[in-house]
Design a protein around this ligand. Sequence first.
Ligand code: SF4
Length: 157
Amino acid sequence: MTRRRRPDGSPRADSLAALIRDEPARLAAACTACGACVHACPMTPGLPSVAEADAGSVVRGVLDLLAGGAGSPEALAWLGACTRSGLCSQACPEQVDMATIMRLTGMRLRGALGDGDPAAPPTPPRLPPRRHDPNWSARVKAFARLTMTEEEQARWL
Ligand code: SF4
């Protein structure tokens, strides 16, 4: 069987377990922290802490969280507001799938990756449940921006 490959020629993971195990280091190594993904994100304009931060450091914070680090408040804000538009991945000049990074990191912070030590005490999730999401309104508007003309946005948002 031929293994599927990414645009950069590297092999794709064969399973979710392999993706969780292998992807963080590969994606972190490919990222140059240029910040293009943050600038392309439709949520960024609605998140002052992210919009005013250095975009590269926001991404580095996300990668740190994915690796199990403390990240940064801006990285947590960006993650919590992600609408899975996928525009971050499209914007990346290095073909890094930032949308996958965001998804894996969000899963890790919600304790949903299932790759921790089963004997370790559970750690509380570090992202709020979606029903308590303080960025809910901004997320709805971001979805709307993706479907409306500029005239409609000016009128309704
Ligand atoms: S656009 Fe790509 S290379 Fe630039 S910060 Fe985002 S993931 Fe990293």
